[in-house]
Design a protein around this ligand. Structure first.
Ligand SMILES: C[S@@+](CC[C@H](N)C(=O)[O-])C[C@H]1O[C@@H](n2cnc3c(N)ncnc32)[C@H](O)[C@@H]1O
Length: 276
């Protein structure tokens, strides 16, 4: 694993995962492309600014169109999940972030992707706002995180009390069109004792940054060299900042937040997203 760890690798994740040994990572935290542009309607109409703005996601990612035929997309994601399970240790787990949506007036959950996989729990990521103001249904304000586990997976001591609804503001100020917040990845990692964390769709490097902040190792993969370069720079900026500062990283870990909440009945202090 020496060539894999603490690096961001450019390439197709199925191709690169196939080169990784069985049971070589302890945790996967990831958010795949959602196939947003294969949609009966499209809520991604009002992104704003940025080098790779959310509006730019209307054209897909830099190197991925995000518009596969639905059945191809499902099959692709199932192959990715199978590979993630293969490289995962027997006590490992996958935090697989996805989004449900309405298609032709009916809910499209992601049951067809996760059918048959060992899903232990669905975590609700309650995020602010959304784009999809549709008169037929309420504004979506959450995404899901499927906790897909190997049989021996256990949470870190006391982490279970965090609960299964995570209220975390969506990421801001990140030039990547579909980044999740550092706090989200950090909470998942902190809730485990994993040493090596893999993200096969690492985009702007969020999972690597979170792993670094939690004192873990990471393996990152993304198809886009442009995103990989950004992620590498972001990770090295964070590492430098952490080295420079003798203080704790800017964002308290989820477990620290919980400990703080246990000590006081005061409202939870506002948390900031790390920005490179
Ligand atoms: C939802 S984004 C992930 C964003 C990431 N969580 C972050 O916080 O920046 C999905 C990523 O998958 C990448 N991607 C698309 N197809 C891929 C493939 N075949 N192999 C690896 N990465 C791929 C895209 O370039 C995109 O960066």
């Amino acid at each position: 694993m020496r060539n894999w760890i603490n690096r961001i690798h450019q390439g197709d994740c199925l191709t690169l995962l196939a080169e990784m040994p069985d049971a070589s990572v302890n945790l996967v935290v990831t958010s795949p492309p959602y196939n947003l542009l294969n949609s009966s309607g499209n809520g991604m109409k009002n992104g704003n600014g940025g080098k790779w703005s959310r509006a730019a996601l209307m054209q897909g990612y830099v190197d991925h169109g995000d518009a596969m035929p639905h059945s191809d997309y499902v099959e692709w994601q199932r192959r990715c999940l199978n590979e993630m399970l293969r490289v995962l240790a027997p006590d490992g787990a996958i935090f697989y972030n996805h989004k449900w949506r309405v298609q032709k007036g009916l809910l499209q959950d992601r049951a067809d992707i996760i059918d048959g996989f060992p899903v232990r729990q669905i975590i609700i990521w309650q995020r602010s706002g959304g784009f999809n103001h549709n008169p037929g249904y309420f504004l979506p304000t959450y995404e899901v995180i499927y906790l897909i586990t190997k049989p021996q997976f256990r949470l870190a001591p006391k982490a279970g009390g965090i609960g299964d609804v995570w209220s975390i503001r969506q990421d801001r100020g990140n030039p990547h069109p579909a980044s999740f917040p550092v706090e989200l990845a950090r909470r998942a990692i902190a809730a485990t004792t994993a040493e090596i964390v893999l993200d096969p769709f690492i985009g702007s490097g969020t999972t690597a940054v979170a792993a670094l902040m939690e004192g873990r190792q990471y393996v990152g993969i993304d198809l886009s060299e442009e995103y990989c370069q950004f992620a590498r720079q972001r990770v090295s900026d964070v590492a430098r900042e952490m080295e420079r500062s003798s203080e704790a990283p800017e964002i308290p870990s989820a477990l620290e937040v919980r400990a703080m909440l246990e000590r006081t009945s005061e409202p939870q202090p506002a948390r900031q997203n790390f920005r490179p």
